[in-house]
Structures are given as C-alpha cells and as structure tokens.
Design a protein around this ligand. Sequence first.
Ligand SMILES: N[C@@H](CCC(=O)N[C@@H](CS)C(=O)NCC(=O)O)C(=O)O
Length: 245
Amino acid sequence: MPDPSADAAPELVLYDLKCTKDVCFSPTVWKIRLMLNYKRIPYRTEWLEFPDIKPTLAPHVGPLPEGATKYTVPTIHHVASDTWLMDSAKIAPWLEATYPARPVILSAPLSDDVTALVRTAGGKAQQVSLAPREPAILSPRAKAYFVNMVEGLIGHPLQQLLAYEDGAWAGADEGLRRTSEMMLRNKDEGPWIEGAEPSMADFFIAGAMQCARAIHEGTWEREYKYEGLKRAYDACGLLLERGSY
Ligand SMILES: N[C@@H](CCC(=O)N[C@@H](CS)C(=O)NCC(=O)O)C(=O)O
C-alpha cells in the first residue's frame, strides 16, 4: 500500500538500516517510524548498510556529540530547514515540538517504568534470539561488519548464543509477566499503555516486536503471548504496515 506522500517532495528523510528483506528491522528506527506514521508526517526512507552509516551521516551531523561512540540510525533530515538529527532521544522531542498534532506522550511515570522493566526483563533474551539470526538478512559486507562488531563485544562466536536461548526466555518470563500486567493498568481508558494516547513506550515495544518478526517469527511469537505486549503490538496495527518505504 504505497503512500504517495513518500514520493512527492517529503518533509523528512528517515535514515534506516538496510537488510535483504527491505523492511525496517531496527527497534530504535521502528520507534521513530511509528511516531512518524502515527503523526502522518510525510517522509521517505534512505536505507544504509552498516558500513555506510558513518561516511553518509558524518558530513551532515558533524562530530560525534560527547558520550556518543558511533554514528547511528535513526537519523532524520528535515529538508526545509536543513536540520539533521541523530539519536532517537533527540529526534522524538523534536518531532513532538515540530508536529504537535496527534500528540505522543514522550515520558510519563507508567510508560517510563514499563520501558525500563521490559528492557531489563526481555532485552537480553531478545538479543540472544536475534543477534545470531540477524546475519542471515544482511548483505555480505554488512554481515562481516555486524558479526565482527558483536563477536568483539561478546568474545565468542555469535552462533553459540543460541545454546542459551531457551534459558534466556525462561529467565525473562517473570519480569515479562510483571511488565505485561503493568501495561494493562489503563486498558479501560483506551488501547495504549497510558490509555487514550500513545506514548513512546507503546512504539518502543511494538517496534522491538516488529523487529523480532522481521528477523525471526518464532521470537515474535514468544513475545506476543504476553497480553500486555500483544496489546501494544495490536494497538499499533496499521502503523506497522509502513516499514518498507
Ligand atoms: N541511541 C541510539 C541507538 C541507535 C542504534 O544503536 N542504532 C543502530 C541500529 S539498531 C546503529 O545505527 N548502529 C550502527 C553501528 O553499529 O555501526 C538511538 O536511540 O537512536
């Protein structure tokens, strides 16, 4: 279902990570993409392979800010003002301030707690499942970059992670149950974690789940069985359909 506004002079360019499936598979990019889709902001996508992120973005974004270790997507370019923003933590408030219609809650006590808890409870299990499978959807040069980077961090071959997969999900279960229950607290007020309006926590969780689905459906299934996670994913519904352009 191509969106004509994606081709007509868009206001924004979203820099996203390229894979061989030509869909968004980065949780942080999905978070921003869902915000753009929810707010109906016209944009087009520029796809970058891992090794092309730095050379493409550095001339526009400038030197890395204090504390940042690398150039990353999502990055956005607002064409009219020639504004470049890298990092979802900077992009989201800028989008909210620039496009206040169809508001998105950036921060609220419940959403912030849910985000922190889901990261702590499920983040490791998701990585154990997805990191060894991600190379299968990367081009040879992106695969070499990614495997080298992750194996440098974990200190052993990526595929060995799969041996820990079931244990990681068993260990995540209690925390994910608790997160799921918290996410249902406002269920009588509307489909989102905060009730009637979406927050970045809804987009973060649904985006992470869509990323899992792009890489490995079985991992998404492990997540979708938790009622709260399922609700956040289903609340995003049609917004998740725009992931490839
Ligand atoms: N703090 C960043 C993190 C984004 C991030 O880690 N992006 C990954 C893709 S999921 C990336 O661009 N990695 C580039 C690399 O590893 O060289 C944000 O929230 O925007």
